[in-house]
Design a protein around this ligand. Structure first.
Ligand SMILES: Cc1cc2nc3c(=O)[nH]c(=O)nc-3n(C[C@H](O)[C@H](O)[C@H](O)COP(=O)(O)OP(=O)(O)OC[C@H]3O[C@@H](n4cnc5c(N)ncnc54)[C@H](O)[C@@H]3O)c2cc1C
Length: 428
Protein backbone atom coordinates (compact mmCIF):
# COMPACT_ATOMS: atom_id res chain seq x y z
CA UNK A 1 0.00 0.00 0.00
CA UNK A 2 1.23 3.49 -0.89
CA UNK A 3 2.42 5.57 2.05
CA UNK A 4 2.78 9.34 2.41
CA UNK A 5 6.28 10.76 2.83
CA UNK A 6 7.20 14.35 3.57
CA UNK A 7 9.18 15.69 0.62
CA UNK A 8 11.16 18.89 0.74
CA UNK A 9 10.00 21.68 -1.56
CA UNK A 10 12.96 22.81 -3.66
CA UNK A 11 11.27 25.51 -5.73
CA UNK A 12 7.92 27.21 -6.25
CA UNK A 13 7.91 29.22 -9.49
CA UNK A 14 5.19 30.79 -11.61
CA UNK A 15 4.25 28.98 -14.80
CA UNK A 16 2.04 30.63 -17.44
CA UNK A 17 -0.53 33.18 -16.31
CA UNK A 18 -2.02 31.29 -13.42
CA UNK A 19 -0.12 28.14 -12.61
CA UNK A 20 2.75 27.33 -10.31
CA UNK A 21 5.55 24.84 -10.89
CA UNK A 22 6.61 23.02 -7.73
CA UNK A 23 9.72 20.89 -7.48
CA UNK A 24 10.08 18.30 -4.74
CA UNK A 25 13.30 16.69 -3.59
CA UNK A 26 13.25 12.94 -3.11
CA UNK A 27 15.92 11.46 -0.79
CA UNK A 28 18.00 8.75 -2.43
CA UNK A 29 16.53 6.03 -0.19
CA UNK A 30 12.98 6.82 -1.40
CA UNK A 31 13.75 7.09 -5.10
CA UNK A 32 12.64 3.59 -6.05
CA UNK A 33 9.29 4.28 -4.43
CA UNK A 34 8.84 7.60 -6.27
CA UNK A 35 10.21 6.63 -9.69
CA UNK A 36 6.77 5.67 -11.06
CA UNK A 37 5.87 5.50 -14.75
CA UNK A 38 5.36 8.21 -17.35
CA UNK A 39 1.99 9.93 -17.03
CA UNK A 40 1.37 8.97 -13.41
CA UNK A 41 0.19 11.29 -10.65
CA UNK A 42 0.83 11.84 -6.96
CA UNK A 43 -1.59 12.71 -4.16
CA UNK A 44 -0.65 15.75 -2.10
CA UNK A 45 -1.94 16.14 1.45
CA UNK A 46 -2.09 19.39 3.43
CA UNK A 47 -3.97 20.70 6.46
CA UNK A 48 -5.86 23.92 5.81
CA UNK A 49 -7.46 25.56 8.84
CA UNK A 50 -7.26 22.27 10.70
CA UNK A 51 -8.88 20.29 7.90
CA UNK A 52 -7.03 17.65 5.89
CA UNK A 53 -7.23 18.18 2.12
CA UNK A 54 -5.90 15.80 -0.53
CA UNK A 55 -5.60 16.48 -4.23
CA UNK A 56 -4.05 14.68 -7.14
CA UNK A 57 -1.38 16.21 -9.43
CA UNK A 58 0.28 14.65 -12.44
CA UNK A 59 4.04 14.52 -12.53
CA UNK A 60 5.53 16.39 -15.48
CA UNK A 61 8.97 14.83 -15.12
CA UNK A 62 9.86 11.55 -16.78
CA UNK A 63 10.35 8.57 -14.43
CA UNK A 64 13.80 8.65 -12.86
CA UNK A 65 14.23 12.42 -13.37
CA UNK A 66 14.81 14.25 -10.10
CA UNK A 67 13.46 16.35 -8.47
CA UNK A 68 9.78 15.49 -8.97
CA UNK A 69 7.72 18.25 -10.55
CA UNK A 70 4.03 19.10 -10.43
CA UNK A 71 2.29 22.11 -12.01
CA UNK A 72 -1.03 23.01 -10.38
CA UNK A 73 -3.24 25.56 -12.12
CA UNK A 74 -4.34 28.07 -9.48
CA UNK A 75 -8.14 27.92 -9.28
CA UNK A 76 -9.86 31.12 -8.13
CA UNK A 77 -11.46 29.42 -5.13
CA UNK A 78 -9.44 26.24 -5.18
CA UNK A 79 -8.41 25.28 -1.69
CA UNK A 80 -5.37 23.19 -2.49
CA UNK A 81 -4.11 25.03 -5.56
CA UNK A 82 -4.30 28.41 -3.83
CA UNK A 83 -2.66 27.02 -0.75
CA UNK A 84 0.21 25.59 -2.81
CA UNK A 85 0.63 28.81 -4.80
CA UNK A 86 0.31 31.24 -1.92
CA UNK A 87 1.63 29.48 1.17
CA UNK A 88 4.23 26.99 0.01
CA UNK A 89 7.88 28.07 0.25
CA UNK A 90 11.17 26.42 -0.68
CA UNK A 91 12.35 24.37 2.28
CA UNK A 92 8.79 23.44 3.41
CA UNK A 93 7.82 19.81 3.69
CA UNK A 94 4.89 18.51 1.66
CA UNK A 95 3.14 15.17 2.25
CA UNK A 96 3.12 13.27 -1.03
CA UNK A 97 2.05 9.71 -1.92
CA UNK A 98 4.24 7.79 -4.37
CA UNK A 99 3.11 7.90 -8.05
CA UNK A 100 0.12 5.94 -9.23
CA UNK A 101 -2.16 5.75 -12.28
CA UNK A 102 -2.67 4.06 -15.60
CA UNK A 103 -2.20 6.89 -18.12
CA UNK A 104 1.06 5.29 -19.15
CA UNK A 105 2.46 4.14 -22.49
CA UNK A 106 2.08 0.40 -22.94
CA UNK A 107 4.50 -0.34 -25.70
CA UNK A 108 7.69 1.22 -24.49
CA UNK A 109 9.83 -1.65 -25.60
CA UNK A 110 8.15 -2.02 -29.00
CA UNK A 111 9.69 -0.79 -32.25
CA UNK A 112 9.74 2.99 -32.60
CA UNK A 113 6.40 4.17 -33.94
CA UNK A 114 4.18 7.22 -34.08
CA UNK A 115 2.34 8.46 -31.00
CA UNK A 116 -0.31 11.16 -30.88
CA UNK A 117 -1.36 13.19 -27.85
CA UNK A 118 -4.21 15.64 -27.31
CA UNK A 119 -4.00 17.91 -24.28
CA UNK A 120 -6.12 20.86 -23.25
CA UNK A 121 -5.35 23.32 -20.45
CA UNK A 122 -3.72 21.71 -17.44
CA UNK A 123 -4.21 18.33 -19.15
CA UNK A 124 -0.74 18.98 -20.55
CA UNK A 125 0.97 17.82 -17.34
CA UNK A 126 0.75 14.01 -17.67
CA UNK A 127 1.04 14.33 -21.45
CA UNK A 128 4.33 16.19 -21.08
CA UNK A 129 5.74 13.36 -19.01
CA UNK A 130 4.55 10.80 -21.56
CA UNK A 131 5.86 12.75 -24.56
CA UNK A 132 9.23 13.27 -22.90
CA UNK A 133 9.49 9.59 -22.07
CA UNK A 134 8.43 8.37 -25.52
CA UNK A 135 11.01 10.60 -27.20
CA UNK A 136 13.75 9.55 -24.81
CA UNK A 137 12.96 5.91 -25.55
CA UNK A 138 13.26 6.38 -29.30
CA UNK A 139 9.70 6.96 -30.58
CA UNK A 140 9.96 7.72 -34.29
CA UNK A 141 7.45 10.50 -34.11
CA UNK A 142 5.35 12.17 -31.43
CA UNK A 143 2.62 14.59 -32.46
CA UNK A 144 1.12 16.79 -29.76
CA UNK A 145 -2.04 18.88 -30.18
CA UNK A 146 -2.29 21.33 -27.31
CA UNK A 147 -5.42 23.43 -26.84
CA UNK A 148 -5.69 26.61 -24.75
CA UNK A 149 -7.69 29.82 -24.77
CA UNK A 150 -4.47 31.78 -25.45
CA UNK A 151 -0.70 31.59 -25.16
CA UNK A 152 -0.73 33.15 -21.71
CA UNK A 153 -2.70 30.23 -20.31
CA UNK A 154 -0.55 27.55 -21.92
CA UNK A 155 1.20 25.70 -19.12
CA UNK A 156 4.65 24.12 -19.40
CA UNK A 157 5.29 26.06 -22.60
CA UNK A 158 9.01 26.56 -22.07
CA UNK A 159 9.52 22.89 -21.41
CA UNK A 160 7.61 21.95 -24.53
CA UNK A 161 9.63 24.34 -26.65
CA UNK A 162 12.81 23.00 -25.06
CA UNK A 163 11.76 19.48 -26.03
CA UNK A 164 11.02 20.64 -29.54
CA UNK A 165 14.53 22.10 -29.82
CA UNK A 166 15.98 18.86 -28.63
CA UNK A 167 13.89 16.56 -30.81
CA UNK A 168 13.39 18.83 -33.81
CA UNK A 169 12.72 16.02 -36.28
CA UNK A 170 10.71 13.70 -34.11
CA UNK A 171 8.39 16.02 -32.16
CA UNK A 172 5.57 18.00 -33.80
CA UNK A 173 3.78 20.60 -31.70
CA UNK A 174 0.44 22.02 -32.80
CA UNK A 175 -1.09 24.78 -30.69
CA UNK A 176 -4.82 25.34 -30.94
CA UNK A 177 -6.19 28.55 -29.43
CA UNK A 178 -9.83 29.26 -28.78
CA UNK A 179 -9.51 32.98 -28.06
CA UNK A 180 -6.28 34.10 -29.71
CA UNK A 181 -6.51 34.32 -33.49
CA UNK A 182 -4.02 32.12 -35.34
CA UNK A 183 -2.94 32.62 -38.94
CA UNK A 184 -3.98 29.12 -39.95
CA UNK A 185 -7.73 28.66 -39.51
CA UNK A 186 -7.31 25.02 -38.48
CA UNK A 187 -5.65 26.18 -35.26
CA UNK A 188 -8.47 28.52 -34.22
CA UNK A 189 -10.99 26.99 -31.85
CA UNK A 190 -11.16 24.00 -29.56
CA UNK A 191 -9.93 20.46 -29.72
CA UNK A 192 -13.27 19.01 -30.74
CA UNK A 193 -14.55 16.28 -33.03
CA UNK A 194 -14.31 18.23 -36.28
CA UNK A 195 -10.79 19.41 -35.55
CA UNK A 196 -9.65 15.87 -34.76
CA UNK A 197 -11.10 14.74 -38.07
CA UNK A 198 -9.25 17.52 -39.89
CA UNK A 199 -5.96 16.76 -38.14
CA UNK A 200 -6.36 13.07 -38.88
CA UNK A 201 -6.99 13.83 -42.54
CA UNK A 202 -3.79 15.84 -42.88
CA UNK A 203 -1.30 15.15 -40.12
CA UNK A 204 -1.45 11.48 -39.12
CA UNK A 205 -2.87 8.15 -40.20
CA UNK A 206 -5.26 7.20 -37.41
CA UNK A 207 -4.91 3.44 -37.71
CA UNK A 208 -1.13 3.54 -37.88
CA UNK A 209 -0.57 5.41 -34.64
CA UNK A 210 0.77 3.17 -31.86
CA UNK A 211 -0.98 4.83 -28.92
CA UNK A 212 -3.00 7.94 -28.21
CA UNK A 213 -2.97 10.04 -25.03
CA UNK A 214 -5.86 12.36 -24.28
CA UNK A 215 -6.12 14.63 -21.24
CA UNK A 216 -8.26 17.71 -20.63
CA UNK A 217 -11.80 18.67 -19.68
CA UNK A 218 -14.40 15.89 -19.76
CA UNK A 219 -16.15 16.96 -22.96
CA UNK A 220 -12.86 17.32 -24.82
CA UNK A 221 -11.92 13.78 -23.81
CA UNK A 222 -15.32 12.47 -24.90
CA UNK A 223 -15.13 14.19 -28.28
CA UNK A 224 -11.55 13.22 -29.06
CA UNK A 225 -11.91 9.59 -28.03
CA UNK A 226 -15.28 9.17 -29.79
CA UNK A 227 -13.83 10.65 -32.99
CA UNK A 228 -10.77 8.44 -32.87
CA UNK A 229 -13.09 5.47 -32.43
CA UNK A 230 -15.15 6.65 -35.41
CA UNK A 231 -11.90 6.83 -37.44
CA UNK A 232 -11.33 3.16 -36.75
CA UNK A 233 -8.90 3.42 -33.82
CA UNK A 234 -9.17 0.53 -31.40
CA UNK A 235 -10.11 1.94 -27.96
CA UNK A 236 -7.40 -0.19 -26.32
CA UNK A 237 -4.85 2.13 -27.96
CA UNK A 238 -6.40 5.29 -26.52
CA UNK A 239 -5.42 6.41 -23.01
CA UNK A 240 -7.55 9.09 -21.37
CA UNK A 241 -7.03 10.91 -18.10
CA UNK A 242 -9.87 12.89 -16.48
CA UNK A 243 -8.95 15.70 -14.08
CA UNK A 244 -12.53 16.61 -13.29
CA UNK A 245 -15.64 14.57 -13.55
CA UNK A 246 -19.30 15.20 -14.20
CA UNK A 247 -21.17 13.69 -11.31
CA UNK A 248 -24.08 11.88 -12.93
CA UNK A 249 -25.04 8.91 -10.81
CA UNK A 250 -26.52 7.02 -13.74
CA UNK A 251 -23.85 7.63 -16.43
CA UNK A 252 -21.89 4.56 -17.45
CA UNK A 253 -18.57 6.33 -16.95
CA UNK A 254 -19.41 7.98 -13.66
CA UNK A 255 -21.45 5.27 -11.89
CA UNK A 256 -18.32 3.09 -11.33
CA UNK A 257 -16.63 6.12 -9.72
CA UNK A 258 -19.37 6.27 -7.10
CA UNK A 259 -18.95 2.55 -6.46
CA UNK A 260 -15.24 3.14 -5.99
CA UNK A 261 -15.76 6.08 -3.64
CA UNK A 262 -18.32 4.13 -1.57
CA UNK A 263 -16.23 0.92 -1.64
CA UNK A 264 -19.37 -0.81 -2.96
CA UNK A 265 -18.10 -2.90 -5.88
CA UNK A 266 -20.96 -5.34 -5.08
CA UNK A 267 -23.53 -2.91 -6.52
CA UNK A 268 -22.09 -3.44 -10.00
CA UNK A 269 -23.75 -6.88 -9.96
CA UNK A 270 -27.10 -5.57 -8.79
CA UNK A 271 -29.53 -5.94 -11.76
CA UNK A 272 -31.30 -2.71 -10.73
CA UNK A 273 -28.12 -0.82 -11.57
CA UNK A 274 -26.75 -2.92 -14.44
CA UNK A 275 -27.33 -0.35 -17.22
CA UNK A 276 -27.83 3.41 -17.40
CA UNK A 277 -31.51 2.82 -18.22
CA UNK A 278 -31.90 0.48 -15.23
CA UNK A 279 -30.20 3.01 -12.94
CA UNK A 280 -32.55 5.71 -14.20
CA UNK A 281 -35.54 3.46 -13.51
CA UNK A 282 -34.27 2.75 -9.97
CA UNK A 283 -32.87 6.18 -9.34
CA UNK A 284 -34.64 6.70 -6.02
CA UNK A 285 -33.14 3.51 -4.60
CA UNK A 286 -29.69 4.37 -5.96
CA UNK A 287 -29.85 7.92 -4.68
CA UNK A 288 -30.88 6.63 -1.25
CA UNK A 289 -27.83 4.34 -1.08
CA UNK A 290 -25.47 7.22 -1.90
CA UNK A 291 -27.23 9.59 0.48
CA UNK A 292 -27.07 7.06 3.31
CA UNK A 293 -23.36 6.58 2.69
CA UNK A 294 -22.76 10.35 2.68
CA UNK A 295 -24.56 10.67 6.01
CA UNK A 296 -22.09 8.26 7.62
CA UNK A 297 -19.53 11.12 7.47
CA UNK A 298 -19.48 13.68 10.21
CA UNK A 299 -16.57 15.56 8.62
CA UNK A 300 -16.99 17.05 5.15
CA UNK A 301 -13.21 17.05 4.64
CA UNK A 302 -13.11 13.25 4.98
CA UNK A 303 -15.99 12.91 2.50
CA UNK A 304 -14.25 15.30 0.10
CA UNK A 305 -11.03 13.25 0.33
CA UNK A 306 -12.85 9.99 -0.40
CA UNK A 307 -14.78 11.48 -3.33
CA UNK A 308 -11.63 13.12 -4.68
CA UNK A 309 -9.85 9.76 -4.71
CA UNK A 310 -12.54 8.55 -7.08
CA UNK A 311 -12.30 11.84 -9.05
CA UNK A 312 -15.74 13.07 -8.05
CA UNK A 313 -16.01 16.80 -7.37
CA UNK A 314 -17.71 17.99 -4.21
CA UNK A 315 -19.37 21.39 -3.99
CA UNK A 316 -21.61 23.33 -1.67
CA UNK A 317 -24.95 24.72 -2.83
CA UNK A 318 -25.12 28.40 -1.89
CA UNK A 319 -27.77 31.08 -1.97
CA UNK A 320 -27.26 33.94 -4.40
CA UNK A 321 -26.68 36.26 -1.45
CA UNK A 322 -23.96 34.00 -0.02
CA UNK A 323 -22.41 33.61 -3.43
CA UNK A 324 -22.29 37.38 -3.90
CA UNK A 325 -20.53 37.76 -0.55
CA UNK A 326 -17.82 35.23 -1.31
CA UNK A 327 -14.20 35.98 -1.95
CA UNK A 328 -14.73 34.39 -5.37
CA UNK A 329 -17.29 37.07 -6.31
CA UNK A 330 -14.93 39.78 -5.15
CA UNK A 331 -11.99 38.26 -7.03
CA UNK A 332 -13.91 38.21 -10.30
CA UNK A 333 -15.71 41.53 -9.76
CA UNK A 334 -18.90 39.51 -10.16
CA UNK A 335 -20.86 41.83 -7.89
CA UNK A 336 -20.44 45.59 -7.62
CA UNK A 337 -21.73 48.15 -5.19
CA UNK A 338 -23.47 51.07 -6.89
CA UNK A 339 -25.18 54.23 -5.68
CA UNK A 340 -28.96 54.06 -5.25
CA UNK A 341 -28.94 57.77 -6.18
CA UNK A 342 -30.64 58.62 -2.91
CA UNK A 343 -27.61 58.65 -0.65
CA UNK A 344 -27.36 54.87 -0.20
CA UNK A 345 -25.88 51.94 -2.13
CA UNK A 346 -26.84 48.48 -3.26
CA UNK A 347 -25.15 45.53 -4.96
CA UNK A 348 -25.66 44.46 -8.56
CA UNK A 349 -24.19 41.71 -10.75
CA UNK A 350 -21.01 43.00 -12.37
CA UNK A 351 -20.92 43.71 -16.10
CA UNK A 352 -20.37 41.45 -17.89
CA UNK A 353 -19.56 38.21 -16.03
CA UNK A 354 -16.02 37.94 -17.18
CA UNK A 355 -13.73 35.01 -17.65
CA UNK A 356 -10.40 36.73 -18.07
CA UNK A 357 -8.33 39.05 -15.93
CA UNK A 358 -9.15 42.11 -18.00
CA UNK A 359 -10.14 45.10 -15.83
CA UNK A 360 -13.58 46.44 -16.68
CA UNK A 361 -14.92 49.92 -15.98
CA UNK A 362 -17.10 50.04 -12.87
CA UNK A 363 -20.87 50.04 -13.32
CA UNK A 364 -22.57 53.42 -13.65
CA UNK A 365 -25.51 54.53 -11.54
CA UNK A 366 -28.60 52.39 -12.02
CA UNK A 367 -31.69 53.85 -13.70
CA UNK A 368 -35.09 54.25 -12.08
CA UNK A 369 -37.93 52.31 -13.64
CA UNK A 370 -39.06 54.12 -16.77
CA UNK A 371 -36.33 56.74 -16.55
CA UNK A 372 -35.08 56.09 -20.07
CA UNK A 373 -38.42 55.34 -21.71
CA UNK A 374 -38.52 58.52 -23.69
CA UNK A 375 -34.97 58.05 -24.92
CA UNK A 376 -35.40 54.41 -25.89
CA UNK A 377 -38.74 54.87 -27.62
CA UNK A 378 -37.41 57.96 -29.35
CA UNK A 379 -34.53 55.88 -30.72
CA UNK A 380 -37.05 53.32 -31.87
CA UNK A 381 -38.67 56.02 -34.00
CA UNK A 382 -41.67 57.15 -31.90
CA UNK A 383 -42.42 60.85 -31.99
CA UNK A 384 -42.61 62.99 -28.85
CA UNK A 385 -46.40 63.23 -29.15
CA UNK A 386 -46.73 59.44 -29.52
CA UNK A 387 -44.58 58.94 -26.42
CA UNK A 388 -46.64 61.54 -24.55
CA UNK A 389 -49.76 59.61 -25.58
CA UNK A 390 -48.39 56.33 -24.26
CA UNK A 391 -47.35 58.03 -21.02
CA UNK A 392 -50.80 59.60 -20.63
CA UNK A 393 -52.55 56.25 -21.23
CA UNK A 394 -50.27 54.56 -18.69
CA UNK A 395 -48.82 52.19 -21.32
CA UNK A 396 -45.42 53.67 -20.48
CA UNK A 397 -44.26 54.32 -16.94
CA UNK A 398 -43.50 57.90 -16.12
CA UNK A 399 -41.00 58.47 -13.33
CA UNK A 400 -40.50 61.37 -11.01
CA UNK A 401 -36.89 61.40 -9.84
CA UNK A 402 -36.21 62.28 -6.22
CA UNK A 403 -35.67 66.04 -5.93
CA UNK A 404 -32.01 65.68 -4.92
CA UNK A 405 -31.19 63.81 -8.08
CA UNK A 406 -33.09 66.13 -10.34
CA UNK A 407 -31.40 69.11 -8.67
CA UNK A 408 -27.96 67.52 -8.76
CA UNK A 409 -28.30 66.83 -12.41
CA UNK A 410 -29.70 70.25 -13.11
CA UNK A 411 -32.93 68.72 -14.36
CA UNK A 412 -35.63 70.21 -12.18
CA UNK A 413 -38.36 69.19 -14.58
CA UNK A 414 -37.71 65.49 -14.20
CA UNK A 415 -36.50 62.94 -16.68
CA UNK A 416 -39.01 63.46 -19.43
CA UNK A 417 -37.61 66.89 -20.23
CA UNK A 418 -34.03 65.86 -19.69
CA UNK A 419 -34.51 63.03 -22.12
CA UNK A 420 -36.25 65.22 -24.61
CA UNK A 421 -33.19 67.42 -24.69
CA UNK A 422 -31.00 64.43 -25.53
CA UNK A 423 -33.25 62.83 -28.15
CA UNK A 424 -31.83 62.42 -31.65
CA UNK A 425 -32.55 65.48 -33.82
CA UNK A 426 -34.47 63.47 -36.37
CA UNK A 427 -37.36 63.08 -33.92
CA UNK A 428 -39.70 66.01 -33.86
C1 LIG B 1 -5.37 12.26 -12.10
C2 LIG B 1 -5.45 13.75 -11.84
C3 LIG B 1 -4.37 14.54 -12.16
C4 LIG B 1 -4.43 15.92 -11.96
N1 LIG B 1 -3.37 16.69 -12.31
C5 LIG B 1 -3.45 18.03 -12.22
C6 LIG B 1 -2.37 18.88 -12.65
O1 LIG B 1 -1.33 18.40 -13.10
N2 LIG B 1 -2.53 20.21 -12.55
C7 LIG B 1 -3.70 20.78 -12.07
O2 LIG B 1 -3.80 22.01 -12.01
N3 LIG B 1 -4.71 19.99 -11.63
C8 LIG B 1 -4.62 18.65 -11.69
N4 LIG B 1 -5.66 17.86 -11.24
C9 LIG B 1 -6.80 18.51 -10.58
C10 LIG B 1 -6.45 18.69 -9.09
O3 LIG B 1 -6.43 17.43 -8.44
C11 LIG B 1 -7.45 19.55 -8.33
O4 LIG B 1 -8.74 19.04 -8.58
C12 LIG B 1 -7.37 21.01 -8.70
O5 LIG B 1 -6.06 21.53 -8.42
C13 LIG B 1 -8.39 21.82 -7.89
O6 LIG B 1 -8.19 21.61 -6.51
P1 LIG B 1 -8.40 22.78 -5.49
O7 LIG B 1 -8.37 22.21 -4.10
O8 LIG B 1 -7.50 23.90 -5.78
O9 LIG B 1 -9.90 23.24 -5.84
P2 LIG B 1 -11.21 22.84 -5.04
O10 LIG B 1 -11.23 23.55 -3.75
O11 LIG B 1 -11.38 21.37 -5.04
O12 LIG B 1 -12.26 23.51 -6.02
C14 LIG B 1 -12.56 22.91 -7.30
C15 LIG B 1 -13.08 23.98 -8.25
O13 LIG B 1 -14.26 24.54 -7.72
C16 LIG B 1 -14.12 25.95 -7.62
N5 LIG B 1 -14.74 26.34 -6.35
C17 LIG B 1 -14.44 25.85 -5.15
N6 LIG B 1 -15.21 26.41 -4.23
C18 LIG B 1 -16.01 27.26 -4.89
C19 LIG B 1 -17.04 28.11 -4.50
N7 LIG B 1 -17.40 28.18 -3.25
N8 LIG B 1 -17.64 28.84 -5.44
C20 LIG B 1 -17.28 28.77 -6.72
N9 LIG B 1 -16.32 27.97 -7.15
C21 LIG B 1 -15.70 27.23 -6.24
C22 LIG B 1 -12.65 26.24 -7.59
O14 LIG B 1 -12.33 27.52 -8.08
C23 LIG B 1 -12.11 25.15 -8.45
O15 LIG B 1 -12.19 25.55 -9.81
C24 LIG B 1 -5.59 16.50 -11.41
C25 LIG B 1 -6.67 15.68 -11.05
C26 LIG B 1 -6.61 14.32 -11.26
C27 LIG B 1 -7.78 13.47 -10.85
Amino acid sequence: MLKFHSLKVAQVAPDAEDAVAITLEVPVELRDEYRGSAGQHVVVRVAIEGEEIRRTYSLVNAPGEWPLRIVPRVQAMGRMSRHLAEQLRPGDLLDVLPPNGSFTPRELSAAPGTYVAFAAGCGITPVLSVVRTLLARGAARVILFYGNSGTGRAMCLEELLGLKDRYLERLSLHFVMSREPQEVELYNGRLDASRVRQFAATLFLPKEVGEYFVCGPGDMIEQVTATLHELGVDSARVHAEHFTVATSLVGSRTFPLYLRAMRRADLADDPRFATAAARKAHFTALHHIVQTWILTFSDIGALDAQLDEAKIALGEVRSLKKLSEMEWAEYWGAVQEVSDRSGGTYRLPGRPWRFSREQLAPLGDPAFQGEHNRNVFGELGLSESEIDGYLASGALVSVALPATIADDAGRADGPAKVRRASLPTTIS
